[in-house]
Design a protein. Structure first.
Length: 268
């Protein structure tokens, strides 16, 4: 999608091209020459004319697409994106919102320790933010079973209060620094806990119910930072999404590892 004017908030966009422009190209070699004259690193978004686009990409410097080890920083070098609109017209942007090709963040996965692949959402978020819980900070993990997010937070050295009516994976429950409370996340009274540095929620519920939970915690003022997955069970609830976005200091992201859901964060 192309839109005129300044960049706008677009939560569902994997990669926002900030200043795209059209380049008229005479040949495959000419296309590669024009892109290289702008900057070194480019990622192809394969939209059409796939064979011609692939031949252009072969003439550009290779961009590493190796899976990232968690804890390594996101790439810092500028990465532009380009595609072919037709055989003689190239659309390109040197500045994009994601430092990863087409917004696709891939990791060297741990296929043994975590109880589910949900941990990848937190790995991705912390990598993009360049910020994560510090050792000793207190994290509340709501709707935590089977424990993928609690596992990540514990590995970072945080103390974790893990809340779910369902049990944690035994391997996660046995980790030091994790306190598991067998109760509903919605029954937990915010004023009963003080000094929560981070509230995390991957609860499976309708967006309106999650919003009501977040409102209670914001009103209580007992937590500084929030990371919540807004899960859409059926049609997308755009009205509630806008209410989340209107909370001061908020951001909405669709992570590469999200499904039909958005990640809401508030760090201030």
């Amino acid at each position: 999608m192309l839109a005129a004017g300044p960049p706008r908030a677009a939560a569902w966009v994997a990669n926002l091209w900030h200043a795209p422009w059209r380049l008229e190209i005479a040949s495959i070699a000419d296309a590669a020459r024009q892109l290289r004259a702008i900057q070194r690193n480019w990622a192809l978004y394969a939209h059409g004319h796939h064979r011609r686009a692939a031949l252009i990409a072969e003439r550009l410097p290779k961009v590493s697409a190796k899976p990232l080890a968690f804890g390594a920083p996101a790439p810092a070098a500028p990465l532009g994106s380009w595609t072919l609109l037709d055989a003689g017209t190239l659309l390109a942007s040197a500045r994009c919102s994601s430092p990863f090709p087409n917004g696709e963040v891939r990791f060297v996965e741990d296929r043994a320790a975590p109880p589910s692949r949900a941990y990848l959402k937190l790995w991705e978020l912390f990598t993009l933010l360049g910020e994560k819980p510090r050792p000793g900070e207190l994290c509340l993990d709501l709707g935590s079973s089977p424990g993928g997010w609690s596992w990540v937070l514990q590995r970072l050295g945080a103390r974790v209060i893990s809340v779910d009516k369902a049990p944690l994976d035994p391997r996660v429950a046995a980790l030091p620094g994790i306190e598991h409370r067998r109760q509903s996340a919605f029954a937990l009274e915010p004023t009963s806990l003080a000094g929560i540095d981070w509230l995390f929620s991957d609860v499976v519920c309708y967006p309106r119910r999650l919003f009501a939970l977040v409102e209670r915690w914001l009103a209580a003022g007992t937590c500084r930072r929030f990371v919540c997955t807004i899960k859409f069970q059926g049609p997308t609830d755009h009205e509630t999404t806008r209410r989340f976005a209107a909370i001061p200091g908020s951001r909405l992201l669709h992570l590469h590892h999200n499904k039909h859901e958005l990640t809401w964060i508030r760090l201030s």
